[in-house]
Design a protein around this ligand. Structure first.
Ligand code: GCU
Length: 666
């Protein structure tokens, strides 16, 4: 509930415990025994006190005797649990949570809190829970000014007017994300505008305080730094990674940083991308750039996370050979095996940029000797900007389940990023996050399911989108069956519905350039940015097979064949991989043009049903959330109609083919 004054008040999302004095789980929460101390232990005790107080109406007490306690929290030595896993066991009167490290116990405690809140049966048997991904990361794109790049839920809660913020909300944020197993955050924008200051003495002390807060919840803090820092703050005239003065500057700077912020995780770097500086300026490779920094940070156990989002954003429309989709692989595949052990490449899920539908980036599986992270985006930049409901967990499931065929046993993306496929430990998953200082943290209340769901999936990629949705609904709203059914019905259909009224069949990019919101079919087509769909009166789509840009050749054979062959290429990606005429018949039996019309009318009908169903919840959930979602669904409906009409009229006018069903098209 509210902690600060009204203006700054904020909610506790899924940690908003609701009083249930008669809960049968109470018996396990009379008192606790704990055999370790420290910051994490103190936070565990605080969490238990808060929970028992709000949920059961009393304060749990500490018990010095293991025999008489109801909840036993123990550090043990058990190799099978790894650094962060925990073991849960049960006797008639006791719950026992064991782990190798304090953070494992913290996760165990949050786990049982979740189970109690969900009324889950899990508290009836013994189990072990070990995270599948070593790194479970959130990337904030916050600027020090307080603005958030692609932020749709208010301003930054990390920065304001060039300063770092340290307050109760930051602490609550740490516990909220720790409760779902996030263990790493990067706090500032990958486009480092003003944040070069973060690595100057003036800011390092506060950065250290932040680092300590998060450490108390098992979370490592990273910062984005500019590759050109030696020039921007060092006064050098070069940032060449092989230049001696540059190397000395970084070495000295890392020493200073780690003297003042010993627990910093490392740096995240966006280089040679969308105008950011990088090694290309000096004729060097990305391995040269990343390794130089990795060398400087190594003695402090620091890590360099290096993004693969490198492409030519100035492609001329006459040039049909250059293909943005190819560029990640073209730039990084030749460097496979050349990065130091403390470098991790961060790869966006698709080869383009967080579109509603893209194939998986062929870098997954393509890189066999490199640490890698899968980067997804829960800030819904291209998927409705947290004004439309778009539950992205089903999309992430598809990505994680995609078989790259790089390995006969462990070929899936989920295997690669868990480290299993190539026997790595510096691997995992990251989301560009969707939070801000809005009261509900995520603008759209239902966007909270993406934050929660991403983290749960990062811990356990085998959870289903449905399970995750249910958990989130029960903790955020309540356990009422009707609430669970209606909200999960909306969430689980929302991505598909959004896709229906968006750009068709995987082609993407029919948004307004710059703000990426709202339909503008030719916005990018006629923009200098150079990302094209190439629709004309004959057809639409891009040939990315070997007869076109050759992008399909970057996949392993089976996928290359799957996507290249028009007969096997899945409908939803047909226009991503092929240029087709409007009368081409899809697997669904519809022509492309008819598919466009039908899906756009359907998408709007879906949103109408979301709104209608939501209205049935008026008496069943708190009024504030009810109204906020209602307003957004109303907006979504209007906006979905705009999408439908703009796209339909565009293709009607290009193709001159009428809708078979005779509906009105502008
Ligand atoms: C997108 C987004 C940018 C962002 C970039 C990135 O292009 O629109 O705002 O900087 O991705 O991931 O670096």
């Amino acid at each position: 509930m509210a902690i600060n004054n009204i203006e700054n008040s904020y909610e506790q999302v899924w940690l908003e415990y609701k009083l249930d004095k008669d809960s049968s789980y109470k018996r396990f929460f009379s008192n606790y025994y704990i055999n370790f101390s420290g910051d994490i232990s103190n936070n565990i005790i605080k969490e238990l006190a808060l929970f028992t107080n709000k949920k059961f109406g009393y304060n749990i007490t500490e018990c010095k005797s293991i025999k008489d306690s109801t909840l036993i929290l123990k550090l043990v030595s058990d190799k099978t649990l790894g650094d962060e896993g925990f073991d849960f066991s049960l006797t008639k009167t006791q719950v026992i949570i064991k782990a190798n490290n304090a953070v494992g116990v913290l996760y165990g405690v949050f786990h049982i809190i979740r189970d109690v809140n969900c009324n889950s049966t899990i508290l009836e048997y013994n189990f072990k829970s070990i995270p599948q991904n070593p790194l479970r990361i959130l990337n904030h794109w916050d600027n020090m000014s307080g603005e958030i790049e692609r932020g749709y839920s208010g301003k930054s809660f990390f920065f304001k007017d060039g300063e770092i913020i340290i307050n109760e909300r930051i602490k609550d944020y740490a516990r909220i994300i720790a409760s779902v197993g996030i263990n790493t955050i990067n706090i500032n924008n990958v486009n480092v505008y003003d944040a070069h200051k973060l690595i100057t003495e003036e800011y390092l002390e506060k950065l250290n305080t932040l680092t300590d807060i998060f450490k108390g919840y098992g979370i490592k803090l990273f910062i984005s730094v500019s590759f050109a820092s030696p020039m921007v703050i060092g006064g050098l005239n070069s940032a060449d990674p092989l230049n001696k003065d540059v190397i000395t500057w970084w070495k000295d700077r890392c020493r200073l940083i780690y003297k003042m912020v010993p627990e910093l995780g490392g740096f995240l770097i966006k280089a040679d991308s969308e105008g950011r500086p990088g090694p290309f300026t000096y004729g060097r490779t990305h391995a040269d750039g990343a390794n130089m920094l990795a060398e400087c940070i190594d003695e402090f156990n620091g890590i360099i996370i290096w993004r693969c989002f490198v492409y030519n954003c100035q492609q001329d429309w006459r040039d049909t050979k250059t293909d943005r989709a190819r560029s990640g692989y073209d730039n990084f595949k030749p460097l496979d095996g050349k990065f130091k052990d403390n470098v991790i490449l961060q790869i966006k899920n698709g080869p383009m940029d967080f579109q509603v539908r893209e194939p998986v980036s062929p870098l997954f599986g393509g890189l066999e000797n490199t640490n890698q992270l899968l980067e997804v985006q829960i800030a819904q930049e291209y998927t409705g900007q947290q004004k439309h409901v778009c539950y992205l967990i089903p999309m992430f499931k598809e990505i994680l389940d995609f078989n790259t065929y790089c390995n006969s046993k462990y070929g899936k993306v989920s295997d690669i990023i868990s480290g299993k496929t190539f026997n790595k430990t510096n691997t995992g998953i990251v989301a560009v996050t969707n939070t801000g200082d809005d009261q509900n943290w995520t603008g759209h209340d239902l966007a909270g399911a993406n934050l929660y769901g991403f983290a749960r999936l990062a811990w356990d990629t085998t959870l289903t989108a449905n399970q995750i949705a249910e958990e989130w609904i029960k903790q955020t709203f309540n356990n009422n069956k009707k609430v669970v059914d209606i909200v999960s019905g909306i969430l689980l259909n929302s991505w598909e519905s959004y896709e229906k009224y968006n750009a068709p069949l995987g082609i993407g990019w029919m948004v307004n350039p710059n703000n990426h919101f709202g339909p503008n079919v030719d916005g990018y087509e006629y923009d200098r940015w150079g990302t094209y769909h190439r629709a004309d009166h004959l057809g639409v789509g891009i040939d990315r097979t070997k007869t076109g840009t050759g992008f399909t050749l970057q996949f392993y054979k089976k996928n290359e064949e799957l996507f290249s062959n028009i007969k096997t290429c899945p409908d939803e990606l047909k226009l991503f991989f092929h240029r087709l005429d409007y009368n081409f018949v899809l697997d669904s039996g519809k022509t492309i043009i008819q598919h466009i019309y039908d899906s756009h009318f359907d998408g709007v009908e879906d949103v109408e049903s979301f709104l209608k169903n939501w209205k049935n919840l008026k008496a069943l959930i708190d009024n504030k959330s009810y109204k906020r979602v209602l307003d957004r669904l109303k907006f979504q409906l209007t906006h979905a109609k705009e999408w439908r009409d703009v796209i339909n009229t565009y293709f009607y006018r290009k193709s001159s083919i009428s809708d078979k069903k005779g509906r009105y098209i502008y």
